[in-house]
Design a protein around this ligand. Structure first.
Ligand code: TRP
Length: 382
């Protein structure tokens, strides 16, 4: 475990209290500045996704060049993914929400990767059938966030391997064991599936360029914990003759228990709000969630509360305050002591119930076309 004040962020391990600015410096990524945001706002026709406007997406690699290209008639594609180890929770939606928004605003294609292999290799307690089944369930949830069936393509690793493998062969030759050891902290007892796996996560970055026989730029919105994979991808891109993917990194949603990020590991199921939690469970978890409130109502009225440390405020920020005005009002009245935690939770619970109801309807629709997005063959036979 890290020392107090220390934190660890890798694709396979996140703990400690994350200092996101320090993490960005450690990783050597760029800050999402107001100029970059203004650029996106303009290209998106005068709109900014709340996750961008509120600084949840705060770090990038090479985004301005990709946006310049788009403005000059060089469209890019989006790529993001999910390692299915169980039901999705709200933190998992950030990258797909942003992708669906970019797709709607800019009309660009989306490539989604479901890594049922990765999670089988990385997690002890799951059978291969379970990771594959969760992959399908997660796919329905993701597609129903507003993706366009005609422009969305899924690599479901165990079922799409014929499509991925010819390119994976070339990618894997460029990555050595000492690379993955340094980047992921692998040891001699790490299984060789995981050692190979990062090659498969790189492949979608290059796949459209390979398929179309020309350089197609790629943008990967993802949690900043995934950056190590794409550092490797970017290092090998030019040697393979493909553009380096641009990245847009988000912070992670804090857990409901108030320690670290929303996470399913370690069996702390009350830390996360799952998309398949029934209404009474949603209510119980949110009622018990950690807030930035004071010990007594009197104190809170007098001194106000602290939104920045509150897991409920984080949910308003990352999903449930659908307008800037609403978000500002929650933040202001929380800080001033006008809004009490019980009332704030009550209002949020109503919103969450409503979202879950709408999501269930959208999910049923997405089920009917999800299979048709799965890519099963390579664009070329060799
Ligand atoms: N490794 C990711 C996970 O554990 C899944 C993933 C695959 C992914 N391809 C991606 C995430 C591209 C972000 C972007 O969930």
């Amino acid at each position: 475990m890290p020392e107090p004040g220390e934190f660890v962020v890798t694709p396979y391990e996140v703990h400690g209290k994350i200092d996101y600015d320090r993490l960005r410096e450690q990783f050597g990524t760029e800050e999402v500045t107001s100029q970059v945001l203004a650029r996106i706002h303009h290209l998106a026709g005068g709109e900014l996704h709340p996750l961008l406007a509120r600084g949840v997406y705060y770090s990038h690699r090479d985004l301005p060049a990709l946006l310049d290209g788009y403005a000059n008639g060089r469209p890019f594609f989006l790529y993001s993914g999910r390692g299915p180890s169980g039901p999705l929770h709200l933190s998992h939606l950030l990258q797909f929400d942003l992708c669906a928004w970019f797709q709607r605003r800019l009309g660009v294609p989306m490539y989604l990767q479901i890594t049922d292999d990765e999670k089988f290799w990385a997690r002890g307690g799951l059978t291969r059938e379970e990771t594959a089944q969760w992959g399908l369930e997660n796919l329905y949830d993701i597609l129903s966030l507003g993706f366009d069936p005609k422009r969305t393509h899924t690599f479901f690793d165990s079922r799409s391997i014929a499509a991925l493998y010819p390119l994976a062969i070339r990618v894997a030759r460029k990555i050595t064991f000492s690379n993955v050891k340094a980047v992921f902290g692998f040891t001699p007892s790490t299984n060789i599936g995981l050692v190979f796996y990062t090659a498969l996560q790189s492949v979608p970055c290059f796949w459209p360029s390979w398929a179309e026989g020309r350089a197609v730029p790629c943008l990967v919105p993802c949690g900043i914990d995934q950056d190590p994979h794409f550092r490797l991808t970017r290092d090998i891109a030019e040697g393979l003759g493909y553009p380096k993917p641009a990245l847009l990194h988000s912070q992670m949603v804090p857990g409901l228990l108030g320690e670290g990020v929303m996470s399913t590991t370690g069996g702390r199921t009350d830390d996360a709000l799952y998309l398949n939690d029934p209404p009474p469970v949603v209510e119980r978890k949110l009622r018990a969630a950690f807030t930035g409130g004071r010990a007594t109502v009197e104190e809170q009225r007098r001194l106000g509360a602290t939104p920045e440390v509150c897991s409920i405020w984080a949910l308003w920020k990352t999903r449930f305050a659908d307008t800037e005005a609403k978000f500002q009002e929650i933040t202001r009245t929380c800080r001033s002591g006008e809004l009490l935690c019980g009332d704030c939770k009550g209002e949020l619970i109503e919103r969450v119930h409503k979202f879950y109801e709408q999501h269930a309807v959208a999910r049923d629709k997405a089920k009917s076309w999800a299979e048709s997005t799965i890519v099963t063959s390579a664009p070329k036979s060799i």
